[in-house]
Design a protein around this ligand. Structure first.
Ligand code: 13P
Length: 250
């Protein structure tokens, strides 16, 4: 049985003060979270301060992106070692906003995943099809390509540290959630791909979470699906009460 994994992706929101206030109030609301993994991903500027606020809690910290290089002339970029230094345990890699707004491709995403794993950071690896791709009937081809290329050269030992986030692009920030069946069909397919690239024992344990207009109202029905192991929450994670409701879904 996989422990439910609920993560907040704040995207480009919250100042340091707002992020620390959120972390403190989330700690107060989530007095016990023994049966769920809870992760928050503030913007880079707030990571260090939020890490201090979360010290001693079960809530883990994630960054929203990283560069694969160790260090050097990459103005505006952040390395895996810097994220570890700031207190992160996870890093979101390949979010559709990175892919579509900033032109990140599978090969670059793969390099980042390899670098994150090398440094002991757990990647939250995002994949998902656009509306156009879904309507053209190529959703599964897209997912298979993104998994195959994104996880290229990742060993069987390392894959257990990767969380896969299925985020259909048409469901992100649109209020249009995938139905539980649409999510389950995609997650089941993702697990089958992992089984094909690795083996059944590995696939059974990989955490596959859903993202795209998750709210306190729809989290329960999504989590009722067999292959949905958690959620990556954008808009509804910006308010600590709403995010706590999602974490504490019945
Ligand atoms: P929303 O929950 O706002 O749709 O965002 C989802 C997302 O992109 C999480 O990474």
């Amino acid at each position: 049985m996989i422990k439910p994994f609920i993560a907040a992706n704040w995207k480009m929101n919250k100042t340091v003060g707002e992020a620390v206030d959120f972390a403190n109030s989330l700690r107060a609301v989530l007095t016990t979270t023994p049966d769920r993994d809870v992760v928050i991903a503030p913007p880079f500027t707030a990571l260090h301060a939020v890490a201090a606020s979360l010290k001693g809690s079960d809530i883990a910290l994630a960054a929203q992106n990283m560069h694969d290089a160790e260090k050097g002339a990459f103005t505006g970029e952040i390395s895996a070692a810097m994220l570890i230094d700031a207190g992160c345990a996870y890093v979101i890699i390949g979010h559709s906003e990175r892919r579509h707004i900033f032109g990140e491709e599978d090969e670059f995403i793969n390099k980042k995943i390899i670098s994150a794993l090398k440094h002991g950071l757990k990647p939250i690896f995002c994949i998902g099809e656009t509306l156009e791709e879904r309507e053209s009937g190529i959703t599964l081809d897209i997912l298979q390509r993104q998994i195959g290329e994104g996880l290229n050269n990742i060993s069987t030992d390392d894959i257990g540290s990767v969380v896969v986030a299925y985020e259909p692009v048409w469901a992100i920030g649109t209020g249009k959630t995938a139905t539980p069946k649409e999510a389950e069909d995609a997650h089941k397919f993702i697990r089958a791909c992992i089984q094909m690239f690795y083996d059944a024992a590995v696939a059974e344990k990989v955490v596959i979470i859903y993202g795209g207009s998750v709210t306190p109202d729809n989290i329960g029905e999504l989590m009722a699906e067999k292959d949905v192991n958690g959620a990556l929450v954008g808009g509804a994670s910006l308010n600590s009460e709403s995010f706590a409701k999602i974490v504490n879904y019945p």
